[in-house]
Design a protein around this ligand. Structure first.
Ligand code: SF4
Length: 417
């Protein structure tokens, strides 16, 4: 019987001929990523008497969560991080460069066949480029700094095959929300999820990133899209480093193979307070909204901003609605400025923020008051995620966010055409 992607990549990174699901292996990742939480990891690292990161060239630190610092405590954390990366010689991106997952991809640090571990739950994003990438805890990152290796349990694998051409204004975000609704928030718990089929093959890297990013919201350990010409063309502009793609065997043993036709999919919305409470938009249409957030590591790319501007089509943001736009990176920000998109958003009455996580984690830059309702393009909507536990957070695509912004209520973007 053949091997899945996860089995093949973990065998390679553990220096073994082959591995089985459930096996614990000691693997050597190609990259370790952390963000503002690096300050807490440094404390753990020092607490056990460790002084030097063993292979500093294999790590990257990106400040993105609360940037610029919103309090003295955050400012101190950032200061400590800057000193640590300087002292250790770790690659570093300071405030303003962008959301960690976007920056890793833009900088060509995620390549097919790589093993990447990140101290962030949406690290599976890099599976869009054919890497095995997974989130780890802070103490695990401290151990990785110290040794350059980490124990991992080989996951079983799901293969999700998608077919059907997506209708106009129905996007990868709608597809992944639909799948999360079908499988449930723990439906792929500790599974390696391989996305395949003509619909996925037809997606560009940004859409594949949306799928892989939100696989975390069905509990996946990692996600994977087989690298192809689309991947190689994207990477040609991003990295000169050699890489070796790894593909699942045609006769790989999956725990489950699922097939979905998304050719008739309606825009989808995840309703509070659960990411798997997903409904077709027609079921929640008309719900009044106070705030719209367009951005984050899920949907803050240039393609998302273009789509939102297209749906808004010069209409102003509705009275009483606050629209927050936060490009996922400096590169996206500059591109959006060059294309006139940021000016369009501002002219419509939106607020354009610096690149970063913004209000996504409920720490600053647009947190919600009790009783307020928000529609965001982000990936989590549990109670309190974006501020008050008494606020309501709906999740949708950039097209949906744009339609909501100009109407002030949950609206199918297709109805504005
Ligand atoms: Fe996490 Fe949101 Fe930042 Fe993404 S944008 S890394 S989900 S806080």
């Amino acid at each position: 019987m053949g091997k899945t992607f996860a089995e093949k990549v973990l065998a390679k990174k553990a220096g073994l001929a082959e591995v089985e699901p459930g096996q614990i292996v000691t693997a050597r990742p190609d990259l370790g990523m952390s963000h503002d939480n690096t300050a807490a990891i440094v404390q753990l690292f020092r607490k056990v008497g460790l002084k030097r990161v063993k292979e500093p060239g294999k790590f990257v630190v990106i400040l993105d969560h609360v940037v610029p610092a919103a309090s003295v405590e955050y400012a101190q954390n950032h200061k400590d991080i800057r000193e640590f990366v300087r002292e250790q010689g770790i690659r570093f991106y300071d405030v303003g460069r962008g959301v960690c997952h976007q920056v890793v991809v833009e900088e060509g640090l995620a390549r097919p066949g790589d093993l990447i571990l990140g101290a962030d739950s949406h690290t599976p994003t890099y599976g869009a480029l054919g890497a095995f990438s997974a989130g780890i805890g802070r103490s695990e990152m401290a151990a990785l700094w110290a040794t350059g290796e980490l124990w991992l349990k080989v996951p079983t694998s799901f293969r999700i095959e998608l077919e059907g051409e997506l209708p106009e204004l129905v996007t990868a975000k709608d597809v992944i929300l639909y799948l999360i609704g079908k499988l449930g928030a723990d439906g792929a718990l500790y599974r390696s999820v391989e996305f395949a089929g003509p619909t996925v093959e037809g997606m560009g890297i940004p859409d594949r990133m949306v799928m892989a990013n939100m696989a975390a919201e069905m509990g996946a350990k990692n996600a994977f899209v087989a690298p192809d010409e689309t991947t190689f063309a994207y990477l040609a502009d991003r990295t000169k480093d050699a890489f070796t793609p790894i593909y699942p065997d045609p006769d790989a043993a999956y725990e489950e193979v699922m097939r979905f036709d998304v050719g008739d999919l309606e825009p989808q919305v995840a309703c509070p307070p659960d990411v798997d409470h997903v409904v077709p938009i027609s079921q929640v249409a008309g719900k009044k909204v106070d705030q719209v957030v367009l951005g984050t590591c899920t949907n803050g790319r240039i393609e998302d901003l273009r789509l939102a501007a297209e749906v808004m089509a010069g209409r102003p943001v509705a009275d009483g609605v606050r629209m927050i736009v936060l490009p996922a990176s400096q590169e996206v920000w500059l591109q959006a400025a060059e294309e006139g998109l940021l000016a369009e958003f501002v002219a419509a009455g939106a607020l354009v923020l610096n690149p970063g996580c913004g209000p996504c984690l409920g720490a600053h830059q647009g947190i919600l008051a009790p009783g307020e309702v928000c529609l965001a393009t982000s990936n989590r909507n549990f109670k309190g995620r974006m501020g008050s536990p008494e606020a309501e957070l709906y999740l949708g695509s950039p097209a949906v966010a744009a339609a909501v912004a100009v109407t002030g209520k949950i609206t199918d973007p297709r109805s504005l055409q």
